[in-house]
Design a protein around this ligand. Structure first.
Ligand code: ATP
Ligand code: MG
Length: 305
C-alpha cells in the first residue's frame, strides 16, 4: 500500500460514512397505476356510506314518472308490461348467475341503449331497474348515463346533486358519495351530475373502470343498470357501452331504420351479451319475429303501453 492509499484508509476511519442522499424512490414509493387503483377500490369498499347511510331515503315520485311517460299509466297496462320486462330480465339474470351459460365478464353491468333518440331507452331502463329491484337476491343501481339529457335525474328531482360526472372528474369524490338510496326497496340511483365538456374522454379514461368497480357495491350483489344516450348520436355512449357486459338495444317499432340498427350493432363488442328490444309495438307480443337475421341476438318485444 503506497502512502496515498494509506492516507485514504486512515481518512475512512476518521470520517463516518456520509449519509446517502434521500432517494426519491425511497421517500415516495412509486406504485403502478393498477396498484393505486386497487388500493383506492379497497378504501372505497371499506367505506361505503351508501349502504350505511343514516339520511332518509330519497322519495321516488311514481306519479312524476308516470307523467313523464316513464311508467305505465294505472289502467291495467302495467301488468302486461311487467310480464314483458320479466322476459327481458330473465336472460340478463341468468348471465349474472352464470346459469347454463359460459361466464360473462361484467355481466352485472347492464346498459340500455339505442341507435337514435326517442326509442324508449329511459322507459326501458327505469322499468327494468324496478323489476330487477324486486328480485330477492339483488340490489339495483340505476345510473343516469345520458349526460346531455339526464331524464332520470330530472324526473326524480336529483338535478344539482353530484353524480356520475363528478365522480369521474373529481378524484376527491368517491363512488359512494354519488349513490342515492331510494324509498323503493333495493333501488339506488346515481344521477348524471353536471354536464362536462370532456364526457367522452372521462368515460374512456382509466378512472372510469375503478369507479365502475366502486359502484359495484359490496356484500349484497349489486346490478348496475345504465341509461345512455343514443349510440349513433354521441361518442360517449359508445365508450360507455364498451365497459358493459350486457347491452339492451331498444328499437322503436316503426321508428328506427334497419340500417341504423345495423350500424348501432356494429359498435358492440363480440364478448358482450346483446338483447334487442322491439319497443312501442302494436303487434301481438310474439317473440323472435323481428330482425330475424340477427339470429345470435335475443329479441324481446314491449307493446305500446
Ligand atoms: N313501451 C312504451 N309504451 C308507451 N310509451 C312509451 C314506451 N316506450 C317509450 N314510450 C314513450 O316514448 C317517449 C320516448 O321514450 P324514452 O324517453 O324512454 O326514449 P329515449 O330513447 O330514452 O329517448 P332519448 O333518446 O330522447 O333519451 C316517452 O314519451 C315515453 O313515454
Ligand atoms: Mg332517454
Amino acid at each position: 500500500m503506497n502512502i496515498v492509499e494509506k492516507a485514504a484508509e486512515k481518512l475512512k476511519t476518521l470520517q463516518p460514512e456520509p449519509p446517502l442522499p434521500p432517494q426519491i424512490e425511497n421517500a415516495v414509493p412509486l406504485h403502478s397505476a393498477s396498484t393505486v387503483e386497487r388500493f383506492q377500490e379497497r378504501v372505497w369498499a371499506e367505506v361505503d356510506p351508501s349502504t350505511a347511510d343514516s339520511t332518509p331515503p330519497w322519495h321516488v315520485d311514481e306519479k312524476a314518472l308516470q307523467r313523464a311517460g316513464l311508467l305505465p299509466r294505472e289502467d291495467g297496462a302495467g301488468g302486461r308490461l311487467a310480464d314483458e320486462v320479466r322476459r327481458v330480465k330473465r336472460p340478463l339474470l341468468d348471465n349474472v348467475r352464470g346459469k347454463d351459460v359460459k361466464p360473462l365478464e361484467y355481466a352485472q353491468r347492464i346498459v340500455v341503449t339505442s341507435a337514435v333518440p326517442g326509442e324508449g331507452k329511459t322507459f326501458t331502463a327505469v322499468n327494468l331497474a324496478l323489476s330487477l329491484a324486486r328480485e330477492p337476491d339483488f340490489e339495483v343501481l340505476l345510473v343516469d348515463g345520458d349526460i346531455p339529457k339526464s331524464d332520470i335525474t330530472q324526473v326524480l328531482g336529483l338535478h344539482g346533486r353530484p353524480g356520475l360526472m363528478e365522480v369521474l372528474a373529481d378524484e376527491h369524490c368517491r363512488p359512494s358519495d354519488v349513490v342515492v338510496r331510494t324509498d323503493i326497496p333495493n333501488l339506488l340511483v346515481v344521477p348524471a351530475g353536471k354536464r362536462h365538456p370532456l364526457t367522452a374522454e372521462l368515460f374512456g379514461g382509466r378512472r372510469m373502470e375503478s369507479v365502475l368497480k366502486g359502484l359495484g357495491g359490496h356484500g349484497r350483489q349489486r346490478l348496475l343498470v345504465f341509461d345512455s344516450s343514443p349510440l349513433l348520436a354521441t361518442p360517449e355512449s359508445q365508450t360507455l357501452v364498451s365497459h358493459m357486459g350486457q347491452v339492451l338495444v331498444v328499437v322503436g317499432a316503426g321508428h328506427t331504420r334497419q340500417h341504423e340498427v345495423a350500424s348501432a350493432l356494429e359498435v358492440l363488442g363480440d364478448s358482450q351479451y346483446v338483447g334487442l328490444v322491439l319497443n312501442m309495438s302494436r303487434l301481438p307480443a310474439i317473440e323472435n319475429h323481428y330482425y330475424s337475421h340477427y339470429s345470435h341476438y335475443s329479441h324481446y318485444q314491449f307493446q305500446d303501453q
